[in-house]
Design a binder for this molecule. Structure first.
Ligand code: ACO
Length: 375
């Protein structure tokens, strides 16, 4: 029998990294040595991308230059433009975006260059292009022209502007920007590991990111935020209905999305921020229903199962209050995590060794071939 602790690679150190670190016992998360509690709400998403991809926080001039580079990099090439209406018609957001991200390499000027400098340029383009692709998806499926990005807004503000068609207040921009910072990186999560496995074959940045998008989509990973919203929306009645709902789900042996974590043995530090943001945004939106439901659900799940909410739980009511359609919640996660994925691909390429774990064979042995007529 396989050692149980290695099932799902739990506790296996699969890579060395200086991008991020987690202390699961004490519920702490660090980006390049900075505690998430210290930087959330203090650095912009653009600063966070710079930090993860380069290892240090930028000085003002570095940040100005980087923001200029991001603004120049959001162009979508003709191959992706041509593909967009087809995939929008036929595919759900994460399927479509996975395909569109893959197609970006066809027009990327550095596609054939595998140097670290080219990786950095590709990384910047991908961070700039994905929010535009999500906004284009949303416009296309609603049959309206895409809203042009506003040069005065950063990635967070522009995304809300393009998706909702409403100019976000400074406070709303700040809060969404913090959401992007909170989701930016998280050590060897499933999608980042996927990206590193692909990069470790010396495959290219776009292949690694396409794989990561596929891994993020699943409901046990980034797809959980959409599932949480669908759960909250499915509960009829007032907040007291939450207790019965949770108990029925758990006694039927079903998992509640947005709870539990492989690494954290206590509260996920990102949930601490998102809970507060959920309350503030619910107040601003004038509708506390899903915040109140979430608070009650958190309480009942903890009392019944001892499970804590993870990053996806309060992200659901936050994104809902921001006016983001539910099926774009996981794409929003991808917009943020693009920063971490690309940082990890660069790091993997800089000091590469093929990732090729072992397996333990559990099937039959010593079988003998028989002719097909005699089987
Ligand atoms: N609801 C109910 N029970 C749960 C939950 C949950 N959300 N999470 C874990 N458990 C229970 C399991 O049923 C299991 O119980 P058992 O030992 O009696 O069988 C025990 O806790 C351990 O759970 P595993 O699934 O084995 O833990 P693992 O470390 O493999 O999985 C995971 C972690 C996938 C996050 C799990 O907690 C889960 O499925 N949560 C719901 C999905 C989710 O929210 N995913 C997002 C995670 S954060 C992120 O990826 C961005």
């Amino acid at each position: 029998m396989a050692d149980k602790s290695s099932r799902g690679l739990a506790d296996v150190v699969a890579a060395t990294t200086s991008v991020s670190d987690i202390d699961g016992e004490n519920g702490r998360l660090f980006y390049c040595g900075y505690d998430i509690h210290d930087i959330a709400g203090r650095i912009s998403f653009e600063e966070c991308v710079y930090l993860l991809q380069r290892g240090d926080l930028p000085q003002q001039q570095d940040l100005d230059d980087f923001e200029d580079e991001l603004n120049r990099s959001r162009q979508i090439g003709p191959t992706t433009e041509a593909l967009l209406p087809h995939v929008v018609r036929n595919a759900s957001p994460m399927e479509a975006l996975r395909t569109l991200v893959s197609s970006l390499s066809a027009d990327d000027p550095d596609a054939a260059d595998s140097s670290v400098e080219a990786d950095r340029r590709k990384a910047t383009r991908l961070v700039a292009q994905l929010p535009i692709l999500v906004a284009r998806y949303e416009a296309e499926r609603n049959g309206r022209p895409a809203v042009e990005p506003d040069p005065d807004l950063g990635i967070a503000g522009n995304f809300l502007w393009q998706i909702t068609g409403q100019y976000p207040s400074d406070r709303v921009q700040e809060l969404f920007d913090t959401c992007l910072v909170l989701h930016a990186d998280h050590t060897m999560n499933a999608s980042t590991f996927t990206a590193r496995v692909i990069a470790a074959t010396l495959s290219d940045m776009h292949s690694a990111i396409t794989g990561a998008m596929g891994a993020l989509r699943g409901p046990l990973h980034g797809g959980a935020n959409e599932a949480v919203m669908n759960t909250l929306a499915s509960i009829e009645g007032d907040v007291d209905a939450v207790d019965e709902f949770v108990r029925a789900e758990l006694s039927a042996g079903r998992k509640l999305m947005g709870f539990g974590h492989r690494v954290y043995k206590t509260e996920d530090p990102r949930a601490t921020h998102l809970r507060k943001m959920s309350e503030e945004l619910s107040e601003l939106a004038g509708d506390r229903r899903y915040y109140e439901f979430s608070r009650r659900m958190e309480q009942v799940v903890f009392d019944t199962k001892g499970l804590y909410p993870n990053v996806d739980f309060y992200a659901a009511s936050v994104y809902h209050a921001l006016g983001i359609p539910t099926d774009l919640f996981t794409p929003v996660f991808a917009i943020s995590r693009m920063s971490g994925w690309t940082a990890h691909v660069i790091e993997q390429h800089e000091d590469n060794r093929l990732i090729r774990p072992a397996s333990e064979y559990t099937g039959p042995r010593d079988r003998r071939w028989t002719d097909i007529a005699e089987r």
